[in-house]
Design a protein around this ligand. Sequence first.
Ligand code: SF4
Ligand code: SF4
Length: 501
Amino acid sequence: MSVSELYPEYELIRNELRCTNCRICERQCANGVHKLDARSGRMIADEAKCVNCQRCVAYCPTRALKIVKSQNACRENHNWSCDAVKEITLQAGSGGVLLSSMGNPREYPVYWDRLLVNASQVTNPSIDPLREPMETRVFLGKKPTSIARTKDGELVTDLPPQIELKLPILFSAMSYGSVSRNVHEALARAATELGTCYNTGEGGLHESLYPYVKNTIVQVASGRFGVHKGYLNAGAAIEIKMGQGAKPGIGGHLPGTKIVGDVSKTRMIPEGSDAISPAPHHDIYSIEDLQQLVYSLKEASGYQKPIIVKVAAVHNIAAIASGIARSGADIIAIDGFRGGTGAAPTRIRDNVGIPIELALASVDARLRDEGIRNSVSLVIGGSIRSSADAVKAIALGADAVYIGTAALIALGCHLCRSCHKGACNWGIATQRPDLVDRLDPEEGAQRLVNLVTAWNREIREFLGGMGINSIEALCGNRAMLRGIGLNEAELRVLGVKHAGE
Ligand code: SF4
Ligand code: SF4
């Protein structure tokens, strides 16, 4: 008997007075939890298969279902948690590495929740964002050190390529294969309507999405799946993925079962073959090597597109970012250790990397100290949960933020953390046609537009409250933040004063 059969994590409670045996829950559940018992004529549940995605609960027409955390836990104590016991039992049975999805769920400090935002009063009055202009546009890319104009005021300085966003929020990289084509289409449509960008991730770009070129960031990862000249020119910017917050130092692995049909065609690999991205790029062992790839990509795209280098937040991130800024990259994307993923080794996800708040603050400070902050823009991600997190990130030095998990939640994700199983009941992290069809890209796009529009309204209110009227004026403006409940070292790294100071 497997450990999940011994100790199912969830208990499914069916109100027999309400249940009409309509079997909708059975049809909605791709994990095979529900079935009609022919002998008793009643619905029964195999709770060992339940991942608590809430699909059956949401679709039960009589609200007969409830899923609760099971009380049948193994005997645990302060040192040996039930999860630790289960995982050891699992590995003793399989001999394999534990796999998980979504972000690090451990109880590390969330620094966003220990930072408070300033508001103006009296001498520096607040600004009413409904009645006065408020600039939320951002330009990502290198900023020139000086600007020259003709006598008539015309610009003569050659500006480096930049991406213009109407608001400081982008959709982070999620590959076609790890999520469905419908998810990509929803992201592409929403990004276009919002005036921002979505990111292909490392799985190439489905040919039907090429028309969204102005709102697409195409990614080049170590596996180089789906990378060709047409692809490189199908986006507004090119992102080199050196690392990912959920699994720093680890490559990617999309199992062969997900490499089917258009996923295989788009990735340019045979159906059924595992898509393995090596941990390192096999042609990059130094900043000089990275520089060569940066310039190869600039060459391939006619020096018309900014190049992003994405790295995971790790201990020496400030030194790494300094090197990247000097490699010719235009934008650095930093991904914190709470960032989501379709699949990662559990131990790596939960123990490697550092919080994005600390990484961002140290990178911004280092680039300013070295006088090279203007040579790159900073985009950060790794569990931005609300407009407040975004505002705090910008005050700590980000030019814009990537949102991934929040975007998936807007699309219907219930954070069941089983993306790696490929049977997402909400039609997101799956390639099964019957499940993919559950997500309508048009409706999904609208929900994404609603979410980001709402956040942008809130960001404008934050800005007005602080008495400033542009994202640029907030970027790196740490005087707008105060820490609460933080120790000296944390305040020093964050570069903020304690509340009351
Ligand atoms: S969906 Fe609800 S009413 Fe229908 S069989 Fe399942 S529990 Fe019963
Ligand atoms: S994307 Fe799907 S499988 Fe992954 S956590 Fe969300 S609901 Fe679960």
